[in-house]
Ligand binder design. Sequence first.
Ligand SMILES: O=C[C@H](O)[C@H](O)COP(=O)(O)O
Ligand SMILES: C=C(OP(=O)(O)O)C(=O)O
Length: 357
Amino acid sequence: MNSASPDTSTENLHVAAFLSMPTPQELHEQLPLSQQAARTIRAGRDALNNILRGEDKRRFVVVGPCSIHDPVAGMEYARKLKALSDEVSDVLLIVMRVYFEKPRTTVGWKGYINDPHMDDSFRIDEGMSLARKFLLEVNELGLPAGSEALDPITPQYLGDLVAWSAIGARTTESQTHREMSSGLSTPVGFKNATNGDVMVAVNAILSAARPHRFLGISGEGQVSIVHSTGNPYGHLVLRGGDGRPNYDTVSISLAEQAMVKAKIRPNIVVDCSHANSYKKPELQPLVMSDVVSQIVAGNRSIVGVMIESNLVAGNQPIQADQSKMIYGCSVTDGCVDWETTEAMLRDAARRLRPVLG
Ligand SMILES: O=C[C@H](O)[C@H](O)COP(=O)(O)O
Ligand SMILES: C=C(OP(=O)(O)O)C(=O)O
């Protein structure tokens, strides 16, 4: 093959380097799926699928930090959540929100995989390994995990440890993410777009339910033509948009109608955070309470809720001297604190018991 001299080259003009990553298989060998974790993941996925099929009357709650940045605080949170999960498991299936990949509106810290040390060293190789270790530990506690699937290569590294996946508001319309979702082993919640458009998520559910052929990598790290079989467990996540919430009864009813018209089972999750609470974490309990009232009043399409929650309320900037940062406090969107989370979940369980029990 003729190769052009550097001054006539037409490719990679804006790429400075290609650094090697371990293959997914190598990382699986270093941090193998334990039997205990596998039990949690299978039980979590089965329970979620039963809820989505209407065979389990409980509702599911994806609750946890906006993003994981400190595994010690993250595991302290996970242990507290596991104890609370056992308390409410008769009516609520608790899935810990374990988000490692952050889609940014412009730029910003892109999460624990991309930059685990939060210092622009971008050790994606270490981040992927640390993320896998964290997911293993959460699952070994008996707590299933939910995560946003953002980078289409990541699921080959971590997908075996995830029970619920989200496609975010910024990527629901992307064909790449719909193709990836068609092959994921988890149920997938598609968020409405940041401008509030729900149809892009309805179209994503339809697309992901179909088989696709697309480019991906195998466990061995070989670029491959992936043959997916289609994901029957796509559902809608309403997160508000364009400065307006969309968890009210009218918005829920319109979303249900759009799904029924598209011949999709109207399974809806309400994200209490993001535009549904104007990114004011202190409003999340109001959203949750309203959603519980709708279920108590007979709504059958709301199958779950999402809460952004951490040990400590609010959020904080990332500082060069990380010893000055607040332990257990978000570095991305603001969260409700642990005490508020307990109150939200206990109140929801108390009100749902008479109707779901
Ligand atoms: O959930 C997290 C954020 O809302 C999302 O990553 C966008 O964040 P940004 O608008 O601060 O970039
Ligand atoms: C980025 C997130 O949400 P959205 O896609 O709804 O903005 C998130 O849940 O972390």
